[in-house]
Design a protein around this ligand. Structure first.
Ligand SMILES: O=c1ccn([C@@H]2O[C@H](COP(=O)(O)OP(=O)(O)O)[C@@H](O)[C@H]2O)c(=O)[nH]1
Ligand SMILES: O=C(O)[C@@H](COP(=O)(O)O)O[C@H]1O[C@H](CO)[C@@H](O)[C@H](O)[C@H]1O
Length: 219
């Protein structure tokens, strides 16, 4: 089992995410992909002795996830964002349980009871969550994932629709993340948020997805 953490300038939080994952002893491998970070993300990851790939420039979240997958042979993959706050071993166990028991092909972890604003965002768009576990065999196009940028979660959601995969939604109690406005300040945060939703929207349109089908995957 491998944990992949795509990370773009997440020095504040990545250490805690790696530490919890290491202490859980659940993973054979932890792969951090720094997506052109300019802060101390790479150094912080290396301090923990995990496999760390430092991309020289920012290629987008989908590319970081793809490069992470290409750097492990593990059959079961967990994706966690690097900006999580209050991550606990129980969250990782909950994400993995449906996959290990073969009840589901993918699990989607949703913030619950962490902070109202981050809970709210995930109630609104649960199919965009970055916290997932899956078997690598379900990925049918690394190129598509690589080029998807913030459409990466919609790519995974599209797989669920096309392949009629079984998804289990799990509540990750007390978990939250640093919002863009908290990481980058209000103005740059809002601009990054608009850019992110634009990338999600572009992927949605390009792939002729329907709101009903994507939202049905995390009902
Ligand atoms: O170009 C990017 C943007 C984000 N991320 C990572 O993807 C995860 C989810 O990103 P988020 O939605 O929090 O967006 P951000 O706030 O980083 O724009 C985090 O671990 C980010 O560091 C990435 O690897 N490359
Ligand atoms: O929660 C959300 O609405 C967005 C943006 O979160 P923040 O601006 O960082 O609070 O983040 C989600 O969507 C992204 C795009 O699909 C994913 O990459 C993130 O993992 C997910 O948390």
């Amino acid at each position: 089992m491998a944990l992949i953490i795509p990370a773009y300038n997440e020095v504040e939080t990545i250490g805690e995410v790696i530490e919890v994952a290491q202490e859980s002893n659940l993973f054979n491998e932890i792969v951090v992909v720094s997506d052109g970070s300019e802060d101390g993300t790479v150094k912080r990851a290396l301090d923990y002795g995990v496999k760390t790939i430092a991309l020289p420039k920012n290629l987008g979240k989908g590319a970081a996830m793809t490069i992470g997958m290409k750097n492990t042979l593990a059959e079961v993959i967990v994706f966690l964002d690097a900006d999580l706050v209050n991550l606990r071993e129980k969250h990782i166990k909950k994400l993995l349980a449906p996959i290990i028991a073969r009840r589901a092909d993918m699990s989607c972890g949703l913030f619950s009871g962490g902070r109202e604003n981050t809970d709210f965002a995930q109630r609104l768009t649960p199919y965009l969550t970055g916290q997932r576990a899956l078997r690598r065999e379900i990925i049918d196009s690394y190129e598509e994932l690589r080029d998807s940028k913030f459409g990466a979660e919609l790519y995974l959601t599209k797989l669920v629709i096309e392949k009629e995969l079984k998804v289990e939604k799990v509540l990750l109690e007390g978990l939250t993340h640093r919002m863009k406005e908290e990481k980058r300040g209000f103005i740059i945060g809002i601009i990054s948020r608009i850019k992110m939703y634009w990338e999600v929207f572009k992927y949605f349109k390009k792939n002729n997805l329907s709101y009903n089908s994507i939202s049905s995957t995390t009902k």
